[in-house]
Ligand binder design. Sequence first.
Ligand SMILES: *Cc1c(COP(=O)(O)O)cnc(C)c1O
Length: 425
Amino acid sequence: MSASAVPSKNAPLSEADPEIYGLIQKETTRQEYGLEMIPSENFVSEAVLEANGSVLTNKYAEGLPGKRYYGGCDVVDQIEEIARERAKQLFGCEFVNVQPHSGAQANQEAYESVIQMGDTIMGLRLDQGGHLTHGHPVNFSGRNYKVVAYGVRESDQQIDPDEVMAMAKEHRPKLIIAGASAYSRHFDFAMFRRVADEVGAILLADIAHYAGLVAAGEYPSPVPHCHLVTTTTHKTLRGPRSGLIMGKQDYAKGVNRSVFPGLQGGPHMQTIAAKAVAFGEALRPEFKTYARQVIENARTLAQELTRHGFKIVTGGTDSHMMLVDLRPVGVTGKEAQHTLDEVGLTLNKNTIPFDPQPPTVCSGVRLGTPAITTRGMGKSEMVTIAGFIRDAIQNRADPAKLRSIADDIRSLSSKFPLYRHRLVS
Ligand SMILES: *Cc1c(COP(=O)(O)O)cnc(C)c1O
């Protein structure tokens, strides 16, 4: 290994650190030849990867553009301004902070900008689709705040506006969170705003999952209705692993202070540049076509799985994802996840509303189409994939049959090249 500190004289990763290089090659292979159906994952463009791996990682830029605590920020100021302008254009928001390192941090920063420790927050029940940061006891949100939760109706597994209003009136939360990690239907943000106004609460939408669909105009936008909107940038939005806070101008100062110096130090300028690139991509007409295809693919998949005897929670989907109730086919979420992993189809077990199984077992799986749609897959592939899922689960005790399904999955993904040029064979 070279001891030189001058990058131009450094060896490439393959020589400098063959161990890590080899593992990255392995992961590239896994992504290339598997079927990625975790709804929170996606595949970024080469342009996003390049910005994310750039020399911007070297730069300290605490503060905001034009108001930094370090010198030499002219260039990164321009980059962050472009990221902010593109985000505003994409979502039509009054203000945006592009510095949050992740979705969870964006939530903590947004909450802390408007409420105090001990205040009451209200979000979707975690076992019915909510996220850890919406009030789980082991998370900061559950430890710092008093948590109440609304749920879905047993009859159709959809959010019940009457329950949301009744819970709000009873508990008078300071902050209401509309958003989910496992809810396939539209959120009625206007309804949530009426509830928030009724009890004097702040309304925050967490669109971590739906952001790309919202940006494309294919999912209702919370921006006109909410005081604050948080999101990740790496799920349907197809950018680098990161977060974002948007909102009404009145909340800008509080959010900016909460992000820095409240909870973060120097912003990750390489990630902010990658976000700018991803926002630029999402502003193009092709992204709207992509978002539409994501939803169409999810609908096809839901229909096909239903045809094969699976039950889709809520009876279908309006988004990129769905929850599959596996009880009619007699398998648990845990078993299904394991079996599908074996054949190269990646998804996760998930509780379904009113799940009789514990969260370690689950009666369902959660799956989504953002990543496979990025590869170029469409309706006919969805039909094929639903067949793989049925066959694998039916034959889960038959290793030979599973091996043959794994071969079929590999040859299907082989037809949709992704990062193949990055592999050395
Ligand atoms: C994924 C997700 C988050 C957290 O994002 P991270 O970047 O993993 O911290 C927050 N809220 C919701 C609703 C999510 O789905």
